[in-house]
Design a protein around this ligand. Sequence first.
Ligand SMILES: *[C@@H]1O[C@H](CO)[C@@H](O)[C@H](O)[C@H]1NC(C)=O
Length: 261
Amino acid sequence: MKPSMEENRLLEDMNEEDYEIEFPPRHSNRSTWTFRSILTCSLLILSISINIFQCWYFQNFASERSKHAGVTGGISRNFVTNTEWSSDNTTHADMLWTELSPDTGMVVVDADYSQKMGLYRTQPFPWDQSKNIYMLEGYHSLHCLMYIYRALREFEQGIPQTTPMHHHIHCLDALRENAICSADDTLRPAGSGQATPLVPEKQPRKQCRDWNQLERWAVENSACFKRYPDDDPKHRTLEEWRNCPENSQFMPLVNKFFNGS
Ligand SMILES: *[C@@H]1O[C@H](CO)[C@@H](O)[C@H](O)[C@H]1NC(C)=O
């Protein structure tokens, strides 16, 4: 049988280079070698780039992502010592504090998800027993601030307190926990110095998460909840769970229950 080209070449090699087998074969293809080195270098550069990108991404965004709603960080806000919420115009301040709507933070998640994440089992959701009810921590803080604000205004005006003292202590405790938990190292101007930036064109900034993202997630997973005051006959009744946002999957059930249609 006629030896193939490959075999011919092998035979030639054997004859000519019997004692040189440890060196790279003479007619290794130069262009293949160049191609391989370019490929290796490219892959190396790509791998290094991906590593650098990952470091940058995790440092700036991923580590800031919230656990359940996936709210991202990277929101830079001017640092200010006073906002409209501490306005001397009490009519204006009262309006802002009562508009906080912490009920938006009442959400439902699948019981499976609760179990996977090791969360508390809660009272079943009236419109879907396979879901658990939670209040988002951020909204609970707002709820607390709202109640404490109202208590202080009632105290200031000398009118009876709406909410019992133990609720305010619970709220102060929750806010204390949050302060300890976030270990926020923002440098607030203190002492008697003027609170103006040292470099006028460079206002101090604060890194924040995107509250609007959290709000969107809360609405998408809404528990249809609206709290009625303790002395309202609707307090602690199903009436509190019929306030679904538009497009809520529970709307048809709620309508059926309350209107029979
Ligand atoms: C106080 O705030 C209210 C509500 O925003 C506003 O209508 C009113 O004009 C303000 N009063 C003053 C003195 O600025």
